[in-house]
Structures are given as structure tokens and as C-alpha cells.
Write a protein that binds this ligand. Sequence first.
Ligand code: TYM
Length: 335
Amino acid sequence: METQQKKTIFSGIQPSGTLTIGNYIGALRNWKLLEDEYHCIYCVVDEHALTVRQDPAKLRRRCAEVMALFMAVGLSPEKSVLFCQSHVPAHAELSWILNCYTYIGELQRMTQFKDKAAKHENNINAGLLTYPVLMAADILLYQADLVPIGADQKQHLELSRNLAIRFNNLYSDTFVVPDGYFPKVGARVMSLQEPSRKMSKSDPEDTYIAILDEPDVIARKFRRAVTDSEACVRFDPENKPGVSNLMSIYGAMTGETMEQIEAHFAGQGYGAFKSAVADACIAVLEPVQSEHKRLMADKAYLEQVMREGAERAAAIANRTLRKVHKKVGLAPYTL
Ligand code: TYM
């Protein structure tokens, strides 16, 4: 009963690579912060991952790994609904219907489509184009009020909102129009090697810190991170993108503001600053890593969480899907 009065949160992460501190700072950490106040539904979006070629065995393993990470950062399968997208067929079904209300031009304008199409020239499949429609289906099925995401997903969320509004205008109120929820610091964590690009799990290893990286790997990657020749810890994303990115990471991990960080490291070189950033990350990630290891050893528990999560998710999703079927005029079924 209580959950029905709370606003609903939905968000998802692709199991398309090892998750990075970008995923952690931009999304996962906020998911945890929202857990008590909202009715939260969090999803491993494995169907989204199929838009680029995946090794089936690795993909299967990563789904379990990401589910374990949800819980390792502190999400509770009792409080939140934790599940895998492919276990709830309503996502693909609503996605088909919404496809019929989405213009190709809208999809071709998506930055992520353009980036991915350039990166995977030999596999510009239809799923890569219609990917944001599946994301809209994810969100709209659960009548989500808020969607905690990083800045890179803003454009996709905008499409979800437009589709909800378009559908509601055509058929009367059906979907809640969702709002984005972005972190104050770290909405866009940048690559350690090319700080003009976002940190991404599909880029080369030395450009990102994985949530599961060992402490010595974390320290080494930060030591090699690109900075500048000024040797001054100052927040200036335009002229000092590398240092500013490290400051944002440090701020996200410690709670210090940019001014506090500047004061803290005044007169110190980049070497000392980088090792402090590494230490701050290691301190936050170590407990997550050990809990993750423990959970990965308990396959039966992970499977149970996924199964129960999918049942709870399907009950909500099917309600919306039935409503949509009725509104658009699909043949009624009486089973
Ligand atoms: P994905 O899997 O690429 O990333 C998962 C979440 O992590 C955030 N994120 C970042 N935040 C800050 N800095 C970064 N460098 C960074 N990299 C990733 C993303 O913004 C995202 O919040 N399409 C989505 C997955 C998705 C989804 C949804 C999200 C599918 N359906 C419904 C919300 C609601 C994606 O590819 O995220």
C-alpha cells in the first residue's frame, strides 16, 4: 500500500561491458540515495546490449555481474524491484507499438545513434536506430515519475517524454511524462585519456576506472591520466578538462566542493593530487568490490532475486501494456 503513494523511479544499465565509475557516479549512487523515498525499479537492460555484437557467454555472465553490482552498491531487492529486461516481454512489446508512433527523423538525430553508427560501420542495424524507443518503453511501462541518469541519456529521455505526450494527446492520458534526475557533480564523467569524451565502458581500458578494478590498477590509471602543464589544481573544464574531470571524480567520491578541493590541494603538484583521487576511489569501491565478490559466489540467490524481481516488474508492466492495447484498438483477448 505504502509504495503506491510514493513516486516511481525507473532506471537501467546495459551489461555491455564492465561498469565504470561513470556509471557509478552518474547513476548507481543516486539509485541508492533514492531508494527509501521512492518506489524504485532498476533494470539490467540486456536487450539494449544486443544493438552491438556481444559474445553470448560474456553477456550472460555480465547480466549476473551487473545484478550483483546493484546489490553490492547497497540496493535492496526487498525495497526495490531489481530485474533483467529480457525476463519481462512487455518491454519488447510496448517498444514495437511505440515504434509506430516514432519518426525516423527523430531517431536519426540522436547523438548516440550517430556515434555508434560511426563506431560500428559494419553493423548499423535497425536496433541501433530504434534503441531509444525501447528505452522509452522501459520507462513508460512503469509510469515512472523520475529517471536517474547521467547527462549522456538526456536526449533519450527527451524522446521518451515526447512519445508519452504524443500518445496521451492521441488516446487520452495513458503514460506519466517522466522527468530526468541528474547528479549535481559527475553527471558526465570524462575519459582519463581524452577528457573531451565521456568515460565509456566500450572504450580502451586505460580510459576508464572500472568499479571492479583492483586498487593498484586504479592507482596506475589515475597516475597516467591526462592533465596539463600548469601544475595547479583549479576547476576550469574548458581550459583544464583533464584536471577538472579528476576534481569532479574526487568531489563525487568525497563530497568536497570544487572550492574546497582547490584549497585542499593548493601548492601541491599533480602527483599528490592524483594519488589522493585514487585513494578516494579505492576507499569507496573496496566495500562494493568485496560485497560483489560475495554475491557472485551465490548464484542461486542471484537467480532468485532476478526471478522475483521479474515477477513484480511484469505485474506492473502488463497492466500498462493492457491499457495500451485497448487504447490503440488491438483485438481484445479473453483468456
Ligand atoms: P548505460 O548503460 O550506457 O549507462 C548507465 C548509466 O550510467 C550513466 N553513465 C554516466 N554518467 C556519468 N558519466 C559517464 N561517463 C557515464 N557513463 C554512463 C548513464 O547516463 C546511465 O544513466 N540507454 C541507457 C540504459 C537504459 C535506460 C533505460 C536508462 C535503457 N533503458 C531506461 C534509464 C531508463 C544506457 O545505455 O546507459
